[in-house]
Design a protein around this ligand. Structure first.
Ligand code: SF4
Ligand code: SF4
Length: 131
């Protein structure tokens, strides 16, 4: 996508990612991490290192905000807020590129429908913003 993902993230989320000690407790606590292309621990690592690929991994769509990881993180980091912010950034980037320009499902381009997770469209209806 060629964006400064760290800068974008810090604009919309104040979660304390720089406190992360990369211990992996969050990933070990997550009931669905085995299905994730990047574990929560790795997502934070990618973010801190400004790797925009974090937006293309399924982790941000699979996180169910159960807060299991947050309850066990000794640095009090709430990963669900991080995933939420990344979903928001993803949707915003899609809107900027006119790939998502309307809420009507029949107006969404086929390539987006085919390649995007269903949760995207649920999140879209909740959070869509016009630019
Ligand atoms: S449990 Fe907390 S400190 Fe450890 S890797 Fe996860 S977010 Fe970072
Ligand atoms: S909040 Fe998300 S990342 Fe954390 S344990 Fe639950 S599903 Fe996994």
């Amino acid at each position: 996508m060629e964006i400064n993902i760290l800068e974008e993230f810090l604009e919309v989320c104040d979660e304390k990612i720089f406190r992360c000690i990369n211990c992996g407790v969050c990933s070990a606590s997550c009931p669905i991490s085995k299905f994730m292309e990047l574990t929560p621990q790795r997502v934070i690592f990618y973010l801190i290192n400004n790797k925009e690929e974090v937006l293309t991994k399924n982790t941000i769509w699979l996180c169910a905000s159960c807060l299991n990881c947050q309850a066990r993180c000794r640095k009090d980091i709430d990963f669900s807020r991080i995933a939420d912010a990344l979903r928001h950034i993803y949707l915003r980037e899609m809107a900027k590129r006119k790939l998502l320009s309307e809420l009507e499902i029949d107006k969404i381009k086929r390539e987006v429908l085919v390649n995007s997770p269903q949760q995207l469209f649920i999140a879209l209806q909740r959070k869509f913003v016009y630019y």
